[in-house]
Design a protein around this ligand. Structure first.
Ligand SMILES: *Cc1c(COP(=O)(O)O)cnc(C)c1O
Length: 398
């Protein structure tokens, strides 16, 4: 299997996403087979014993591994250049498992404070209950990563670009600080997508995804994945994953495999649409600020150019007039749908201050630059001119 992944690594992403990781059954099916089975049978008691001892290859139970899930993991490994991976039931199952499997009471985590709400809950609240402390810092300030390190620091955690303000954090620089501290760097790469950014190549040790977003890309199912070196997975995640059960359903793994076939096409199209909309928004007087990592006026544009192949499929912008104006704008949209999801075929808009980030204190929101006029737009696959007409009409209503 690793030999197959090695061979795939030389192919271009679009090819890998169609062929990578495919294992055909004896029927020679064109499309990947869906193995909806909990368990596996053994020809003899001796064969069962050998498989449990790990002396013979083969599947045992779908909480451990499943052929369809393995195809999804191998396709992602080929894209990411990772030696091994584990599919998970959701992005949060991936984040929680990737962190929890490598810490114990007394350990310490350093995390960039601009995090997806549930990620922040895991590192701050869930970990604290297990006796693992966490320091939240401004991830763009390298001095703060350095200053937060303690002898018991085990994990650095970050998301880049961040949700919802699309701040960009310097992955190679943070990885160097982490490694000097003998900590691992875990990167949540959802907003960048595996098409635009490769954290493992940039020095991260572990990369996690919510596959619910661009990887499915059509709003159908939840899923996630953790990718890393074979050694890290063997030593930290392998047993944890088997016994705590965050496994990905084979049905969802199949859906995600089909999603990967069109991932490069979709992400490139959505990125082009996002860049176009960002440029046009920047010209509008109703809009006080546009945040798009692919634009030269983005505060972290230089880092984005170094570590990302392109901007993002999302744009964040502030409507002049605060919450009232932002709500009027959102409610006047006709094609763009109000939803907190992202990476979907449908263009989606959200008002972070009253939805995804409503649990933060007003001070914490201010610290993250989440004002009452801020909206986050996730570009879909509609014709960009129709999307612009929709935005243009709604801005007129403000
Ligand atoms: C959505 C998301 C998650 C959580 O993923 P689920 O699949 O919803 O569990 C984690 N991190 C980021 C950055 C996300 O956008």
């Amino acid at each position: 299997m690793l030999k197959r992944a090695d061979k795939n690594r030389k192919l271009k992403p679009a090819t890998l996403m169609v062929h990578g990781g495919t294992t055909r059954s004896g029927f020679g099916e064109t499309s990947e087979a869906m193995f909806l089975t909990q368990g596996f049978v053994y020809p003899t008691a001796e064969a069962a014993e050998a498989r449990f001892k790990g002396e013979e290859p083969g599947y045992i139970y779908s909480r451990y591994a499943n052929p369809t899930t393995r195809m999804f993991e191998e396709r992602m490994m080929a894209l990411e250049g990772a030696e091994d991976a584990r599919g998970t039931a959701s992005g949060m199952a991936a984040v929680a498992a990737a962190i929890q499997c490598q810490v114990k009471a007394g350990d310490h985590i350093v995390a960039a404070r601009a995090l997806f709400g549930s990620c922040r809950y895991v590192v701050e609240t869930v970990m604290a209950r297990c006796g693992v402390s966490c320091t939240l810092i401004d991830g763009r300030d390298l001095g703060q990563w350095q200053a937060a390190v303690r002898p018991e620091t085990k994990v650095f955690f970050m998301e880049t670009p961040t949700n919802p303000t699309l701040e960009v954090i310097d992955i190679p620089a943070v990885a160097e600080i982490a490694h000097q501290a003998e900590a691992t760097l875990v990167v949540d790469n959802v907003f960048a997508t595996p098409i635009h950014q490769k954290p493992l190549e940039l020095g991260a040790d572990i990369v996690v995804y919510s596959a619910t977003k661009h990887i499915d890309g059509q709003g159908r199912c939840l899923g996630g994945i953790i990718l890393s070196s074979k050694d890290w997975i063997d030593e930290n995640l392998h047993e944890y994953y088997r016994h705590t059960g965050p496994a990905l359903s084979p049905f969802n793994a199949w859906t995600l495999l089909k999603g990967l076939e069109t991932l490069p096409l979709r992400v490139n199209q959505q990125t082009h649409a996002a860049a176009t909309i960002a440029d046009r928004l920047a010209e509008r007087s109703e809009v006080s600020r546009v945040l798009y990592p692919g634009r030269d006026d983005h505060p972290d544009a230089a880092i984005a150019r170094r570590q990302m192949a392109a901007g993002s499929t999302l744009v964040a912008f502030s409507i002049d007039g605060g919450k009232e104006a932002a709500f009027r704008f959102i409610d006047a949209l006709e094609i763009i749908l109000i939803s907190n999801n992202l990476g979907d075929a449908k263009t989606l808009i959200t008002h972070p201050a009253t939805t995804t980030h409503k649990n933060l204190s007003p001070e914490a929101r201010a610290e993250l630059g989440i004002g009452d006029g801020l909206v986050r737009l996730s570009l879909g696959l509609e014709d960009v001119e129709d999307i612009w007409d929709d935005i243009d009409g709604a801005l007129a209503a403000v």
